[in-house]
Every structure is written in structure tokens, then in C-alpha cells.
Design a protein around this ligand. Structure first.
Ligand code: C2E
Ligand code: MG
Ligand code: MG
Ligand code: MG
Length: 275
């Protein structure tokens, strides 16, 4: 009896797995076509000076307008894009789309603010990373200072020398660098000192319960202190309410981003008189 049940369980498990694999293959096939088919979208979330709410920049966040499955958030396709290597082309597409948008804003006479783009490890490992980013800036006539690259702690640890060379070169063009989700990875303090980092983005898991969590308060204070010592800017992710904003101002955090300011929206939906 138990044996039969076991077999059934096993068979059920196998068929569930193969369905999962099949749907992943379908998803991969469609994701491959998503760029040429024009199905990817960039949404922009505002970043603000915490003290007075002034707009300081945007973060570009990719979405996928899937022909059958509707509007997909990054969690639904970024992991697969990373596994299959499609993330590299997707990532370059986002940079290009953002710079095209910046050029369009400039043509409308809007003052530009920096836009932060998420970069993945596979992209940084590409030999053509630097020329492609520079080429995109030149093609759209956008100065490097209007582009920020968001990298993660693990990317800095895995290939410190390569990352150092790349980021230093881009910095000469004015491109700035932020460490995303800071505090969730394993940061090597020695690299942190040597790498050309402008901004530490404090992960939202530490920001969410700030007004009540003693632990998060201690962590956020430590990150702000570290950033001050290294002359880096701090940006708190996931600022959802006024209480959190005020706590962060008192603690000396510079910038913030989160639903309390604005949700990510398409470029057309951004309010034009922010800056
Ligand atoms: P991330 O770079 O840390 O982006 C911040 C995420 O937090 C975004 O989720 C944003 O919508 C969400 N968020 C912002 N404010 C709040 C808030 O107040 N509360 C809460 N609960 N969430 C908030 P999203 O857009 O779903 O993106 C998730 C992740 O997907 C990003 O995390 C990033 O790691 C990745 N991603 C997004 N776009 C790209 C891309 O173009 N390339 C790559 N490689 N990864 C991307
Ligand atoms: Mg990010
Ligand atoms: Mg983040
Ligand atoms: Mg994150």
C-alpha cells in the first residue's frame, strides 16, 4: 500500500516537473522573441532627496507585455533570463531604451536626471560591455552622468579586478555606480573601499519596519555610517510611509525610493513638473 502510494507520489511529481520544464521551454522561446517583437517595457520609479522630496533620479525597471500571459513582472522572467543567458541582450536592450527615452525627454526640453539601470553579472563579464554602453551613450547623445549602473555585492566579490577596471573606465565618462540591495549580500569591506562606488542602496528588507524594528534601525545606521566614512551616498529602498521617511532623515540617509513617493510607471505617466 505504502509502496503504491510512493509510486503514485513519484509519478505525480515527475509529471509536475516535466510540465514545469515544458512551460519554461515555452517561456524561453517567447522571451527570445520578446525583444524583436517589441514586448518589453521600461517602467520608471522616482528617487528623491529624503529631506525635501526633490526628484534626484529614476530607476528603470523592466516589464514584459506577454502576448498570452499579460503583463509580467521581473520575478516571472528575470530568473529564467539569467539561466538561459538571455539576460545579456535584455540588459543591453534596457540601457538602450532608457537612453532613447532620455534623448526624447531632452528633445521635449525637459531637464534630465540620472536614470539607474540594473546590470547583471553575465553582462559585466562580456568583453563588449564597455564599448556597448559607450556606443549607446554616443548614439543617443546622452552624457554619462545621466546613467547610473546598479550592481550587486556578489558581482563585486566574484570579479573585483574586472569590475574595477570596467567601472573605473565608465566613471571617466561620468557614469555613476550604485550597489543594489546593499546589506543582503556578503560585502568585502576592502573591495568596497577600493571600488568606484557612488551610492549604497539600502535593501528594502531593512527599511520596511524601520520605525519599529530595533534591529533594522541598527543595521541602517551602520550602513549610513559606513557610507559616510567612504564618502558614498545612501539611498533607502522601499520607503512606504512618512514615518519611515522622517526616521531616515533623522538618521542622515540622503535619498529614498518607494511606494510612499511613487510606484514604477511608464515614461508617459511620469509627472513632468517634478524637477
Ligand atoms: P530592485 O532593483 O531592487 O528594484 C526594486 C524593486 O522593489 C522593484 O520591483 C520595485 O518595483 C520594488 N519597490 C519599489 N518601491 C517599493 C516599495 O515601497 N515597496 C515594495 N514592496 N516594493 C517596492 P520590480 O520592478 O518587481 O523588480 C524586481 C527586481 O527585478 C529588481 O529589484 C531587479 O533586481 C530586477 N530587475 C528589474 N528590472 C531589471 C532589468 O532591467 N535588468 C535586470 N538585470 N534586473 C532587473
Ligand atoms: Mg535595482
Ligand atoms: Mg534593490
Ligand atoms: Mg531587489
Amino acid at each position: 500500500r505504502a509502496k503504491a502510494d510512493g509510486r503514485n507520489t513519484c509519478r505525480f511529481f515527475e509529471s509536475a516537473m516535466s510540465e514545469d520544464t515544458l512551460s519554461n521551454i515555452l517561456l524561453e522561446t517567447r522571451l527570445r522573441r520578446a525583444i524583436p517583437n517589441g514586448e518589453l517595457r521600461v517602467h520608471y520609479q522616482t528617487q528623491h532627496r529624503l529631506a525635501d522630496g526633490a526628484l534626484t533620479g529614476y530607476e528603470a525597471l523592466v516589464r514584459w507585455q506577454h502576448p498570452d500571459d499579460g503583463f509580467l513582472m521581473p520575478a516571472a522572467f528575470i530568473p529564467l533570463a539569467e539561466e538561459t543567458g538571455l539576460i545579456v541582450e535584455l540588459g543591453f536592450w534596457v540601457i538602450d531604451a532608457v537612453l532613447a527615452q532620455q534623448a526624447a525627454w531632452r528633445a521635449e526640453g525637459r531637464p534630465l536626471v540620472p536614470v539607474a539601470v540594473n546590470i547583471c553579472a553575465a553582462q559585466l563579464r562580456r568583453a563588449d560591455f564597455l564599448p556597448r554602453v559607450r556606443g549607446a551613450l554616443a548614439r543617443h547623445g546622452v552624457e554619462g552622468r545621466y546613467l547610473e549602473l546598479e550592481v550587486t555585492e556578489s558581482m563585486l566579490i566574484d570579479e573585483p579586478e574586472a569590475v574595477m577596471t570596467l567601472l573605473s573606465a565608465l566613471r571617466e565618462d561620468g557614469v555613476t555606480v550604485a550597489i543594489d540591495d546593499f546589506g543582503t549580500g556578503y560585502s568585502n569591506m576592502a573591495y568596497l573601499k577600493r571600488l568606484p562606488i557612488d551610492t549604497l542602496k539600502i535593501d528594502q528588507s531593512f527599511v520596511r519596519d524601520l520605525p519599529v524594528s530595533r534591529e533594522n534601525q541598527a543595521i541602517v545606521r551602520a550602513i549610513i555610517q559606513l557610507a559616510d566614512a567612504l564618502q558614498m551616498t545612501t539611498l533607502a529602498e522601499g520607503v512606504e510611509n512618512e514615518e519611515t521617511r522622517r526616521w531616515l532623515v533623522d538618521a542622515g540617509c540622503d535619498l529614498g525610493q518607494g511606494y510612499g513617493f511613487a510606484r514604477p510607471v511608464p515614461a508617459e505617466a511620469l509627472e513632468h513638473d517634478y524637477a
